[in-house]
Design a protein around this ligand. Structure first.
Ligand code: AMP
Ligand code: MN
Ligand code: MN
Length: 325
């Protein structure tokens, strides 16, 4: 079923790319390794095909440890091509890209269960561990996968599977990882960029977040917060705070972990669970995500309460939704 649909989508995607005069590849705001690795991997493929292609991300803070990705220096922060074909990577809704895409043809490549199918073609496999897994299946029979694309796609897979530890790690994931390594991805070099290139700011801000850790509901819910003053004191950037919420979920008693990050304009909220589906919770706050990893943002206008109240409001909402027994 998935295969015959994918076959049709491959043909359609190839035709759209062949006919496009210019192509813009987009990754989501507050980018992670999956969105950037998938976007840069596709960029490498199309660039080698001689296509007129650009790769764009609306966020100005990019994760520095990902600067080893092929063509990282090609990432721009605005769309220069008019009327280009858009390829979106790793986001469930259009507002996650930070651009007005009205009237554009869109190929939507993703793995979020909350995906709204906003594209003209939607290649969305919610059971896949990373968007690069989706992209590999879509593109590997259309174009030869070169070493640069293999490096970018493998990096995305390594990161979104948290080093091959998430529940969606299947034999297919290892088959694709093996294939990417065979085609030139270097797993040792790539892993070093994740495990040996942390910024001091990221550790200092982690220290403050852990200090705020609060357990509620018999230790089942862990909440942490990072305030503007923590960000200012440590010099942390948004990428420096990725992964902190996982420390909450790492506790034996915890089923649900929440991290609130105060921004100038509002709050960014990350939620993780061990088993319960948290997408309804994220959606009830206007966000989205996956079954066990989701998030949302709230403007200050939506949320004028203090951080402490914000903490407890989240806990109340969780209780009301009865997602934990
Ligand atoms: P994060 O906690 O920011 O790492 O995000 C976890 C997951 O939730 C990611 O897969 C995101 O795509 C999704 N997510 C985070 N924030 C939002 C948001 N504001 N709207 C929709 N989805 C989100
Ligand atoms: Mn992502
Ligand atoms: Mn992803």
């Amino acid at each position: 079923m998935e295969n015959s649909k994918l076959q049709l989508q491959m043909e359609r995607v190839k035709q759209m790319i062949d006919e496009a005069r210019a192509i813009t590849i987009l990754s989501h705001i507050n980018p992670d390794a999956d969105t950037l690795g998938t976007a840069l991997g596709i960029f490498a493929l199309l660039f080698k095909q001689g296509k007129r292609v650009e790769v764009v991300n609306a966020s100005t803070q990019l994760p520095k440890h990902l600067d080893f990705l092929p063509f990282f220096s090609k990432l721009k922060h605005k769309i220069d091509f008019a009327d280009s074909l858009i390829i979106t990577c790793d986001a469930g809704s259009l507002d996650r890209f930070g651009f007005d895409l009205t009237g554009r043809m869109i190929i939507n490549i993703d793995h979020h269960i909350s995906n709204t199918f906003f594209g003209d073609v939607n290649v969305v496999f919610p059971n896949d561990a990373s968007t690069s897994q989706v992209a590999f299946k879509l593109f590997s029979t259309i174009y030869p996968i070169n070493a640069q694309t293999a490096t970018a796609f493998y990096t995305a897979l390594l990161s979104d599977t948290r080093y091959f530890t998430t529940s969606n790690v299947t034999p297919e994931v290892f088959d694709i990882a093996r294939e990417l390594v065979a085609r030139g991805a270097n797993p040792v070099d790539i892993a070093k960029n994740f495990t040996q290139r942390r910024s001091l700011s990221s550790v200092r801000v982690l220290e403050r977040a852990l200090h705020s850790l609060t357990l509620t509901m018999n230790g089942q819910v862990a909440t942490m917060q990072i305030l503007l003053e923590d960000i200012e004191a440590t010099g942390a950037t948004m990428p420096d705070m990725e992964g902190i919420v996982d420390y909450g979920r790492s506790l034996a008693t915890v089923e649900l972990a929440v991290l609130l990050i105060e921004l100038k304009e509002g709050w960014r909220v990350s939620i993780r669970s061990k088993t319960v589906d948290i997408t309804p919770l994220a959606k009830s706050f206007g966000g989205g995500g996956h079954k066990v990893a989701a998030g949302f943002t709230l403007s200050k206008a939506e949320y004028t309460q203090s951080a402490v109240k914000c903490h407890s409001q989240i806990a109340t909402q969780i209780t009301q939704l009865r997602i934990l027994q």
